[in-house]
Design a protein around this ligand. Sequence first.
Ligand code: MG
Length: 309
Amino acid sequence: MGYAQIDAFRGDANTIRVIGHRGARGILPENSMIGFNFALSIGIDLLEFDVLLTRDNVPVITHNHELNAAAIRGPDGKFLNGAGVRVAALSIDDIKGFDIGRLDGHTDYGRRFPEQAQIDGVRLPQLSELLQLVSQPQYQHVCLMVEMKSDPNAADEKAREKLVSVVANAIRQAGLTNRTLLHSFDWTLLAECKKQGIDMPTSFLTQSKHHADDIGDESALHIMPNLSTLSIPDEVKKAGGALWCPHFRDISKDQLLRAKDLGLCVAVWTVNEPDDIDAMIDLHVDAIVTDYPGRVQRQLSDRGWLWAR
Ligand code: MG
């Protein structure tokens, strides 16, 4: 039952692990190869990213089903600006015509990341590109938190079956099943992983409905189950999860301890501000998902903690 990759996400008495959110979104284009390469280059060996399928069923790495207009420019070099371009309507050739290297600072989303570098000619990556990168011998210790995004407009059984089987096949073909976690807000999708007998652990994302969504990110609230239960960790365990990934504002010490009692690994998302990072170190979670891996490293380091073994 034990999966080696879960141990890679688990902290210990001196260690809190750091997970690069969409690479290092605070300073480099999100979900880009340049961002993933950077995270790896600073010793971050756990990468989170988002996967969805093109019209021709190629898994690509991007967050929103409708391409993020504030972060993506079309073939004409202009930000998409309300164009409503859906990944599911594009072929992989179409996808390669977009540039994800800049943020539009005139948008609320763009204003969230004022330090992000502005680069031209950055393409939206296929899942296979990242799998190839981490297959290189120098990255053999790197593990992946693959977030599979169900389309709220088409989250039927067939769509879930397809997404799970295409993504799992790609990981299997790359020989990375023992270094990958399958991660989602859509618990039905994670159940589909079990149904297909996929030999990779699952990671259950949660977000309280009391908190607003992050500006500019597609909401996950309507794809999540209704968790009215008293103990979310118990629900995750019952659903066969190996890791619980709550929003950092939603977790209490009691819940963390309950999760640990159940043998779950606990990673919190997405922790960017220094006070919040400190609070999560105090709480002693297993791992911190962050857009600013360098900030978390620095705070861990100043307090005598490690992030890698
Ligand atoms: Mg994600």
